[in-house]
Unconditional design. Structure first.
Length: 507
């Protein structure tokens, strides 16, 4: 029985690691967005309209029930320097609200290592009150790592996030991320078992903040992660927003709105081939939460009014919350493509919840009878015949990135709805490739294929409504040679390349 239980937990742990770390290629980005809930979430009835997927509360115990959000509990953030939560208190909370602690839950150990001060250590007064040291944090991390893994029934599957600590050495900064990782190894003789790394990154109302604070803070942190052997671990930002009163006393509201959009755009697209997370397409940051749900601070309930998603007094969504909501809504698109009787060359330009051929083509049910796609790597065709026995069909699931030939039997419209893909990569093989155009906006061909400039010699599209259905683009050829100028959402394309390469498409 013990062996079976260990096997089950091993399988659960492996599954959780895949779900947490190795997000699928062509995944959308909505799952990355969250917020910090610094007040009782259920007091703000419109919070579901934000469209976020996760939240944290700077503590381990939500005293309310919500659904549709993943909760990231935080322990050992306040009170005693070595933490106040015990195995008994955490187990009691799990037993009370198990829905918040499913297999694979990420536990954040401490809040801000260099800023949070404590006046007791193991219930012994500290005079003066002070922040934690790297060695003390090494002991604290291991303490809660060991406690949380004992929680029943899913403790062995739980993941652990480090508290926020900057990676950039600066005068007056007591220690950095590298110091904390080194201290753990010196204290315990092994690498720190961090599953998820954690940052806080802000703007402060100055024009220089994004380029000289926001971006370097993240890129330096990722460099240290790579240097220390943690490159393929997720990095989440549990606080991203604008802090008023640090350098600028009255930050304009437009600054906050512009900073939000610029930050989200950057977080969704920033990549590095040397420090990014390989299993997430070399992205630098995997998830982030906006700071914060409300303006509440222990010293002033209106302190963060400019950056709050909801008004703490009226409970209504603010202009910042409206922009957050609009940004996430903008990620979802419905693409409609007119199809004609005969062969049509199509492709999926958004992320779908299912890539089963029947689901992809569900809007054409009754209006098509055959579908084909081509694998350039193996030089083989896969087919789906509506009237054939299931076992006879080799195209049961479409690969994102594939172009798709569909034989239509009556005029119709093909409709797909899904989330845009900020960056998509399609592997091409020498010769002809049948590919998707995985973007929601049309682009000139040379712009769309700029990542493989000089490596392709021809692009073909097919328009059954045109007297000359085949359209072509030859890079560098006179304009009269080419009658195709742009790539369009919903359309598929044949692309001929001179060598194996990867095309990168960016919204």
């Amino acid at each position: 029985m013990k062996r079976n239980r260990k096997l089950v937990f091993s399988i659960l742990s492996a599954l959780v690691a895949v779900l947490l770390i190795a997000q699928p290629a062509f995944a959308g980005d909505r799952w990355r967005f969250g917020f910090g809930a610094n007040r009782k979430l259920t007091d703000y009835p419109d919070w579901p309209t934000l469209g976020a997927s996760w939240f944290h509360i700077w503590g381990p115990y939500p005293n309310y029930n919500v659904s549709g959000l993943t909760f990231f509990p935080m322990v050992a953030a306040y009170g005693d320097l070595m933490g106040t939560e015990t195995l008994e208190s955490l187990q009691q909370q799990y037993n009370w609200k198990p829905q918040y602690y499913p297999p694979g839950t990420v536990w954040i150990i401490s809040n801000e290592l260099e800023y949070d001060t404590f006046c007791t250590k193991n219930n012994v007064p500290l005079n003066p009150c002070r922040a934690i040291t790297p060695t003390e944090y090494a002991e604290k991390f291991k303490k809660y790592y060991d406690i949380i893994r004992q929680l029943q029934p899913y403790g062995p599957t739980y993941k652990f996030a480090i508290g926020f600590i900057n990676a950039i050495p600066e005068a007056g900064r007591p220690f950095t991320l590298a110091d904390v990782l080194d201290a753990y190894k010196a204290r315990w003789g092994v690498d720190m078992p961090v599953d998820v790394f954690n940052l806080h990154v802000y703007g402060f109302g100055r024009s220089i903040d994004f380029d000289y604070c926001f971006v370097p803070t993240i890129t330096t942190y990722r460099q240290v992660m790579a240097n220390k052997g943690y490159r393929d671990k997720p990095l989440m930002i549990t606080e991203v927003g604008v802090l008023e009163g640090v350098y600028v006393q009255n930050v304009p509201q437009d600054y906050v709105l512009n900073f939000m959009v610029r930050a989200f755009d950057w977080l969704r697209t920033a990549r590095s081939d040397t420090t990014g997370m390989p299993s997430d397409d070399n992205r630098l940051v995997q998830r982030w939460t906006w700071f914060a749900l409300t303006s509440w601070h222990p010293s002033d309930i209106h302190k963060w009014q400019k950056t709050a998603l909801f008004d703490i007094d009226t409970k209504q969504i603010t202009v910042v919350g409206q922009q957050y909501r609009a940004y996430l809504q903008s990620l979802t698109h419905t693409i409609t493509t007119t199809v004609q009787p005969g062969w049509n060359l199509l492709s999926v330009p958004v992320e779908l919840s299912s890539y089963a051929t029947t689901d992809v083509l569900s809007s054409l049910t009754g209006s098509y009878d055959l579908a084909y796609t081509y694998d350039a790597q193996t030089d083989t065709w896969r087919t789906y015949n509506v009237g054939a026995p299931p076992a006879a069909n080799t195209l049961t699931t479409l690969n994102p990135g594939d172009g798709l030939w569909v034989r239509v039997t009556a005029p119709d419209s093909w409709v797909v709805t899904g989330e845009e893909q900020a960056v998509s990569r399609i592997v091409l093989y020498e010769g002809w490739n049948l590919i998707a155009y995985p973007l929601t906006t049309a682009k000139p061909i040379d712009a769309a294929l700029s990542s493989i400039a000089g490596k392709y010699t021809a692009v073909y599209a097919y328009d059954p409504a045109s007297p000359e259905p085949w359209q072509k683009y030859m890079p560098g050829a006179p304009s009269w040679v080419s009658n195709l100028s742009q790539m369009t959402p919903g359309k598929g394309y044949w692309v001929k390349v001179t060598q194996d390469c990867t095309a990168e498409f960016m919204e």
